[in-house]
Every structure is written in structure tokens, then in C-alpha cells.
Design a protein around this ligand. Sequence first.
Ligand SMILES: Cc1cc2nc3c(=O)[nH]c(=O)nc-3n(C[C@H](O)[C@H](O)[C@H](O)COP(=O)(O)O)c2cc1C
Length: 183
Amino acid sequence: MSAFQIAVVVGSLRRDSFNRKLAQALVPLAPKDFAFKLVEIGDLPLYNQDDDGAQAASVQRLKGEIAASQGVIFVTPEYNRSIPGVLTNAIDHASRPYGKSAWAGKPAGVLGVSVGAIGTSLAQQHLRNVLAHLDMPTLGQPEGFIQAKDGLFGADGGIGADSKEFVQKWVDAYAAWVRRLNA
Ligand SMILES: Cc1cc2nc3c(=O)[nH]c(=O)nc-3n(C[C@H](O)[C@H](O)[C@H](O)COP(=O)(O)O)c2cc1C
């Protein structure tokens, strides 16, 4: 097993999601001692605090996957200049019950692709506020604001030639961040 298991949370459930494609394209870019694994959030119920004492199996599974990881990468679109509801729902679930958050202390990275020119920057800024509250130390630089353009992904699903160096640098910086915080 790799030394560093990283949970990758995608903030879109869309079948042809650019953000899921980006998340999948990160997997082969991970350093040898890292394993990036996408976690499912599409099967979670809508969060209801009444259920905190008896969390659904899907919620327990998500919390277990986060707890077993040494870091979390969020790859998210921007919805209405903020965080998509499905991602907020997943974050809320795994933050509860009070005092039993799965997120605390996990080094986070934030990336996002949008068709808009600002490349999810506002969603990421809102997400950073949430991650600070969750006590997740979050990589500051480089920021990963990516616009979906022709050629972003190659025919094999990997990152296209024009963006490969940028995304690889981001992955390497994130891996160094995780190593430092897990030392
Ligand atoms: C409800 C909704 C709100 C959106 N709001 C924004 C927005 O605020 N900024 C933006 O750049 N794109 C916005 N978009 C467009 C998304 O960037 C685009 O749909 C993108 O493909 C979503 O990511 P995905 O491909 O991973 O599903 C919005 C899309 C939807 C469905």
C-alpha cells in the first residue's frame, strides 16, 4: 500500500463532468508513494441533523474513507459563484456528529474547472473558508483555476499537452504539502 492515501472528492455528479475528468487525470500524476482515490458522494442522502446518531451506511463509508486518508483533494465546479450543493452536503455529513468530524487535520488541496473564465475561483474561495473552519490546512499556492477549453484533456483522458506541466506542478506541490504535514 502507498505511504500516502489521498481521497479525491469531486463536486459534480454530472456524467461527463469536466471536474471528474480532471480528478481521474490526476491519478497517474501522483508520486510513486501516493495513491489518489476518488470517493463517491452521489449516494449520500440530504444532510439532516436528526440523523446524526444513526448515520446512513453511505455516510459511514465516506467518513471511513476520509479517516483512512492522509489528505483530501477537492476538485469542484463553481455553481452560482459558490460551492455546489452536493459538495456542501458531503462536507456537512462527514463533519458530524459534533466533535467527530472526519476532516480535521487532513491536508487539503483545491482545484476546479469551469467553462467560465474565472475558473471556479469564487467557489474555491468559499470552499477555503469552510476548510479553515474544518481545521484542514490547505495548500495556498499554486492556485488551480482551470478553464475548460478544447485540448484540456487528451484523447486518452489525460491532461492535454498545454496544461500538463501546470497540473503536474500543482500535484507535486500538494504532495510536498502532505509530506510536510504528515512528517
Ligand atoms: C447550477 C449551475 C450554476 C453554475 N454557475 C457557474 C458559476 O457561477 N461560474 C462558472 O464559471 N460556471 C458556472 N456554471 C457552469 C459550470 O462551470 C459548468 O456547468 C461546468 O461544466 C460544471 O462542472 P462539471 O463539468 O464538472 O459538471 C454553472 C452551472 C450550473 C449547472
